[in-house]
Design a binder for this molecule. Structure first.
Ligand SMILES: Cc1cc2nc3c(=O)[nH]c(=O)nc-3n(C[C@H](O)[C@H](O)[C@H](O)COP(=O)(O)OP(=O)(O)OC[C@H]3O[C@@H](n4cnc5c(N)ncnc54)[C@H](O)[C@@H]3O)c2cc1C
Length: 413
């Protein structure tokens, strides 16, 4: 809204949100890791890298402008397994090409000496990204909601979009409370984006695959200073991340686990409502399965079946399932990054913290998970000047990248 408002100051812009307040989807603090991501993970020149670059700076400035808490903790991508050195070199090349000139590969001793004294002695090297920070997701969403209202935008919460229809005047949008006519619709419904696009015949070749990511928190306060990640060796599995917690208790995750649900916001007012919603969600995903399988080409069938068959088809996937069910396995994984002599982890040291739903977008024609940003324009059958643009890839680093991504999404509007 902000980006569109700057571009078209006289336009009437409205945001429809089904929850009582903004940022209850994957943008909620306890649903994501909260790291301002630098460009190390993204291919130079990709839309994602460009959006993340712009968003990274913008988000940092926005925290300062609004007086929101932000912690410049830096990030280490640690080589914890044989062969990880190659990832470090690739990430350094990407970070440098994406403008993070200060990204540097350091030895394990240097990293322990300067940045993370508790880092495991088995880590022999790591890429250090000094600029990475932890953001305040809830604070940002609240400040943005205020901005919208102050700049004449219209914010309609508790409005669930139930249907959209093309009519001669534009798009007719129906919520449980009202109807609106719009000339342009930007569909940024996160894990629900494909459902919204399907209302007007879009999303024929892609779908959102909800994937649960859970975290655990250490029960004790520990002076863990830096965000430490393993390389993403086999996406969508992320390896281990050990993060400094706001409360001083580090947290670890997210793991990757099959999710029949698209969200975990839980604003249901009663138990039956909650059960109904969960059953509906699960049924909707399962009923959609044959449709998705039919849409697959022979090319995409095998990888998709692997994805649908749970994580069981891949070794890393089986480990993730086990980790999700057994906190001791989580502890063993995290110990790869933490010096056992200084901090030995046991299952009893952890409390399950929270989980969020990652939106993996799948191209149904190839069976591949989308890596770069992607948008779909669905034409209006009666009024060609009307536009409907869907965000096909609402996944990470969607929070960091948000402003850059909004500019990219709306460049034709
Ligand atoms: C486990 C995990 C870790 C992550 N870590 C990071 C990180 O460290 N750094 C980072 O930058 N990003 C991270 N991300 C990604 C980031 O959180 C998301 O990309 C970003 O929050 C997506 O924002 P969004 O606005 O596109 O979607 P959302 O925040 O999901 O918003 C979509 C909104 O649409 C609303 N909606 C849906 N359907 C309807 C309907 N029918 N009618 C009305 N409203 C509707 C929802 O209620 C929701 O509020 C992480 C994500 C997860 C899950």
């Amino acid at each position: 809204m902000r980006v569109l408002g700057e571009k078209h100051p006289n336009a009437k812009i409205m945001l429809l949100e089904k929850e009582p307040s903004l940022g209850q989807g994957t943008s909620r603090s306890d649903h994501n890791t909260g790291t301002g991501h630098t460009g190390a993970f993204y291919a130079p020149g990709s839309a994602k890298a460009t959006a993340a670059n712009e968003g990274f700076r913008w988000l940092q400035n926005y925290h300062h402008e609004k007086g929101l808490p932000i912690r410049n903790v830096g990030k280490i991508i640690a080589a914890s397994m044989p062969g990880d050195d190659l990832f470090l070199q690739k990430y350094q090349r990407q970070a440098t090409a994406n403008g993070q000139k200060s990204a540097v590969i350091l030895s394990g001793d240097e990293l322990r000496g300067k940045y993370e004294p508790l880092l495991s002695k088995t880590i022999t090297a790591g890429l250090y990204l000094p600029e990475a920070y932890l953001f305040d997701a809830d604070g940002v969403m609240k400040a943005m909601a205020k901005d919208i209202e102050c700049t004449g935008g219209i914010l309609k919460t508790n409005h669930t979009v139930l249907g959209i229809k093309a009519i001669s005047e534009g798009w007719l949008v129906r919520t449980q409370k009202a109807e609106f006519i719009a000339q342009y619709i930007i569909n940024s419904a996160g894990t629900h984006a494909d459902r919204i696009a399907r209302m007007i015949g879009g999303a024929k070749t892609w779908k959102i695959m909800p994937v649960m990511g859970s975290y655990v928190e250490l029960n004790k306060v520990v002076d863990w200073r830096t965000a430490v990640y393993e390389p993403t060796r086999n996406p969508p599995f992320l390896g281990v991340h050990v993060m400094p917690g706001i409360t001083g208790k580090p947290f670890m995750g997210p793991d990757v686990f099959f999710s029949p649900l698209r969200e975990r916001s839980g604003n249901e007012t009663s138990l039956p409502q909650s059960i109904f919603k969960k059953l509906y969600e699960a049924a909707d995903n399962i009923i959609g399965l044959p449709r998705d399988l039919i849409a697959l080409s022979a090319n995409g069938l095998v990888p998709n079946l692997q994805f649908y068959a749970g994580m069981g088809a891949k070794k890393d996937g089986r480990a993730e399932v086990w980790k999700h069910l057994n906190i001791a396995a989580f502890a063993r994984d995290a110990q790869r990054l933490i010096n056992r002599d200084l901090l030995e982890l046991k299952a009893s040291d952890f409390s399950p913290l929270r989980s969020g739903i990652r939106a993996q977008a799948i191209d149904l024609l190839t069976g591949k998970v989308l890596q770069d940003l992607a948008k779909e324009e669905t034409p209006h059958p009666l009024k060609p000047s009307c536009r409907f643009i869907s965000d096909k890839m609402p996944g990470s680093p969607g929070f960091t990248a948000s402003v850059g991504k909004a500019r990219w999404m709306t460049e034709s509007v």
